[in-house]
Design a protein around this ligand. Structure first.
Ligand code: ATP
Length: 297
């Protein structure tokens, strides 16, 4: 049976410019190559889940502009229902300079993502009633994230919160979360504990469990992931991969985790599946590569 996932979050266009060096104040330089990638944490997670066979509905906002039309078309193509995406303002953009020596600098323009309101989320109440999982990140206003969590919680829908980009999170929101999925930096910001040893990693996860989340899954880049619930904890190793671009590794991990949990996999099985999908994604350029059918659940 197809499983229903709602993603409430951000949609961006990533404009990448290859440059000889990062532009300095007052300087004008020529870019030698330009690429447009589809991005935004919400969209990245949604298209991963969509490509893995889930029925995915997206709540969010793009601009009333060409980028917005293209971003929505891309999401539809990758299995995401875009009916609850509104058009207002200008589409969110990340303007990325990539230098010859691999340095980058990014200007992030949130645009329409910051125009998502709790009222817009409430208007999509109907789709929360039929969903198995709500997947959230922190690139739309926190009030909108809280409203989505409230609707899901009232329906008994499992909530996965990827607390990225890092910021403080109200306890009232954490208490509704089934699985919190920080990376090490985000976990440190949330707890004040640097995950520089297994002992500290465990301490930090404990802090989050005490704040009310049911499970913590910490992504550790090429080291894989660590999980903790009140009953069990442990590491799941990353799959070996020839990484060419790790942008969006965490997003594909979250999208795949949601899909596996919809199929009632155990937490460890779901994390293992997520590491397999993320290991594929890091071998391709961009945060939303085509995922082969063999990964479908
Ligand atoms: P991003 O912000 O770029 O989306 P992140 O910091 O949220 O990334 P990471 O912890 O870097 O997320 O990676 C998420 C998951 O992707 C890891 O738990 C791991 O399973 C997989 N992964 C990341 N890097 C590699 C790699 N080099 N090789 C294999 N798997 C990787």
């Amino acid at each position: 049976m197809t499983k229903n996932i709602i993603v409430a979050g951000s949609i961006n266009i990533d404009l990448v410019y290859a440059v000889p060096h990062i532009v300095k104040e007052g300087e004008t330089i020529h870019s030698t190559k330009h690429d447009l990638f589809f991005g935004g944490k919400g969209a990245n997670q949604a298209v991963t889940a969509g490509q893995l066979g889930a029925d995915v509905k997206f709540v969010g906002s793009v601009g009333a502009d060409d980028h917005g039309i293209r971003a929505k078309e891309n999401m539809e193509r990758k299995g995401v229902n875009t009916e609850a995406i509104s058009s207002q303002g200008a589409t969110g953009q990340a303007i990325i300079q990539l230098s010859d020596v691999g340095e980058n600098s990014i200007v992030l323009f949130p645009g329409a993502n910051f125009l998502v309101t709790p009222e817009q989320i409430k208007e999509s109440k109907g789709i929360f009633e039929t969903s198995d999982i709500l997947l959230l990140q922190l690139e739309i206003p926190i009030e909108a994230v809280e409203q989505a969590a409230k609707l899901a919680y009232e329906n008994g829908t499992k909530i996965i919160l990827n607390p990225a980009p890092a910021r403080d999170i109200p306890n009232s929101l954490l208490q509704k979360v089934s699985i919190l999925t920080p990376n090490e930096t985000e976990l440190e910001l949330l707890t004040g504990i640097a995950a520089d040893s297994e002992e500290n990693l465990r301490k930090a996860c404990h802090v989050m469990l005490e704040k009310g989340v049911n499970a913590v899954v910490v992504t550790l880049g090429s080291k894989g992931a660590f999980y903790m619930t009140s009953e069990e904890s442990g590491f799941v190793a990353a799959q070996v991969a020839e990484a060419v671009d790790t942008t969006g590794a965490g997003d594909s991990f979250n999208g795949a985790l949601a899909v596996a949990l919809c199929h009632e996999d155990s937490l460890i099985e779901a994390i293992t599946y997520a590491t397999i999908v993320a290991a594929f994604v890091v071998t391709r350029m961009g945060a939303q590569p085509d995922i082969p059918k063999e990964f479908i659940r």
